[in-house]
Design a protein around this ligand. Structure first.
Ligand SMILES: [Fe+2]
Ligand SMILES: [Fe+2]
Length: 473
């Protein structure tokens, strides 16, 4: 029954999108009708991961007169015997309200139905599934770039994302979206509402991280509801680092706009200490490190590598998911800035002695590469950079398999697998690199303060009424 409900829901979403695509010019498409029909009382509903599989975090925009919010959760679509979880009502930047609700005590391997309650108003019923054991599938994408400052202007880019989501949902039984930043082009509320408009996105845990474009506005701060979030000494105004555990994977989501290495390392070490028995460690952040296809960004990439690579080596990160360059690439297994194990298309690497770094192409803004050869560390990339790509990652206790697909393509374009056995031992970083990394981290923290002063001035120039101390620290 569960599977049937899910299949029907995916079928309806795909049908909706296909109908929209084939609608004759001047006819009102199904997407138009759907677009016009969203409820006023709960806009931009997003369901983000909770601290672990027993929790989900919800957030949505509400009218300004609403003073209470909750999420009703039931195991049946009629919402009988629903459990009510009350949340916090926050003032948004525009004066409207934002609901932030955490649902807990969920059981694994169950289908749940939920309704978002804004005062007296109730949303439609949506559903999601919890994962039964350590095996689950995630969609990994980046740079969705929903663009526009109004409901009308974000429609096309929202549709492009919904289209991709519908297609990816036919490839795997998805439970999670991993989105490596630049969800929005200008960090505006209308863009985040468009991001979450597809009914499919409301049935999946939607993990996001802050891109440089998300930092152009202030709404990411209100739109998200993230578990285990830490802002440290210096952070972005829009949010900080956060972690969650799903299956046997610890996801560490970093705000790479913030160069405070001291804070990032402290955050990762604390999260790892709390989850020492979790087998896999996956980092997601926005800025590309090894892609090397945009010439003018190479100096920035060099500095970022200097900052992040020693930390990832020290924390024994298995896989790093990135974005920003809009150019797909996958490295060999990298340790201490060198290739230590070659990655080939379709390969399986056992007990990797380092980290694989991967950049997904842009969902919304595919672009041509400048003619710079890949660095020696890149195992494979794409020959046509204008393609829209997405990646399905199958996680289990023993393996992580990444499969990359082209939009409207049938075959897997590239794939690789990482496996771990019980006798896996991680490499140990040398004391010299550790000390040098601490020094670089401190320089990064000082730089982050000055960088935030620049961000404050940009936000003020764009008309945002923010306080200096809130933006800088
Ligand atoms: Fe981008
Ligand atoms: Fe970016």
């Amino acid at each position: 029954m569960k599977k049937m409900m899910k299949t029907v829901s995916i079928f309806m979403a795909v049908l909706l999108l296909v109908c929209s695509c084939v609608a004759p010019v001047n006819a009102v498409s199904v997407w138009d009708v759907f677009w016009a029909d969203e409820e006023e009382s709960a806009r931009g509903i997003i369901m983000q991961p909770g601290a672990d599989e027993t929790q989900r975090n919800f957030s949505w925009y509400m009218p300004q007169d609403v003073t209470e919010c909750s999420v009703l959760v039931s195991t049946n679509a009629l919402m009988l015997q629903a459990e009510e979880y009350e949340g916090d009502v926050i003032d948004s930047y525009q004066g409207d309200k934002v609901a932030k609700v955490t649902v807990s005590e969920l059981e694994c391997g169950e289908t749940y139905y939920y309704v978002c309650v804004s005062g007296e108003e109730k949303s439609s019923v949506y559903s999601f599934e919890t994962v039964e054991d350590d095996a689950f599938s995630a969609l990994y994408i980046s740079d969705i770039h929903i663009s526009g400052d109004s409901r009308d202007s974000v429609k096309d880019t929202s549709f492009a994302f919904a289209d991709l989501l519908a297609q990816a949902s036919t490839r795997a039984d998805l439970n999670l979206i991993l989105s490596a930043g630049d969800q929005a082009s200008d960090g505006l509320r209308a863009e985040y509402e468009g991001l979450t408009f597809s009914p499919l996105s409301r049935g999946l845990s939607f993990a996001t991280t802050i891109g440089n474009h998300d930092r152009k506005g202030v709404d990411y701060r209100y739109f998200t509801n993230l578990p285990n979030e830490e802002t440290g000494m210096v952070s972005s105004y829009q949010g900080g680092d956060y972690w969650f555990v799903k299956g046997d994977v610890l996801f560490l989501c970093l705000d790479s706009n913030n160069a405070s290495g001291t804070d990032h390392l402290c955050f990762m070490k604390n999260a790892i200490r709390e989850n020492a028995d979790v087998r896999w460690r996956v980092v997601m952040m926005h800025h590309d490190l090894y892609g090397g296809t945009i010439e003018h960004r190479e100096s920035e990439n060099n500095l970022l590598r200097l900052l992040y690579s020693p930390m990832f080596d020290e924390c024994n990160i298995d896989l790093v998911l990135l974005g920003h360059s809009h150019h797909y690439s996958v490295t060999d297994v990298v340790y201490n800035g060198k290739s230590v194990q070659e990655l080939t298309d379709g390969c399986a690497i056992e007990n990797a002695q380092g980290t694989v770094y991967m950049v997904s192409a842009s969902v919304g803004r595919p672009r041509e590469a400048e003619e710079i050869p890949y660095s020696d560390l890149i195992a494979f990339g794409m020959e046509k950079y204008t393609d829209r790509l997405y990646n399905i990652i199958d996680f289990s206790a023993d393996a992580i398999t990444v499969s990359t697909y082209e939009m409207n393509g049938e075959e897997v374009v590239h794939s690789f697998t990482l496996t771990k056995t019980d006798d896996y031992t991680a490499p140990q970083i040398s004391i010299f690199r550790k000390l040098f990394s601490r020094f670089v981290n401190l320089i990064g923290t000082i730089y982050a303060v000055f960088n935030n002063i620049g961000v404050f001035s940009d936000l003020k120039e764009d008309g945002f009424d923010v306080a200096l101390k809130d933006v800088v620290f």
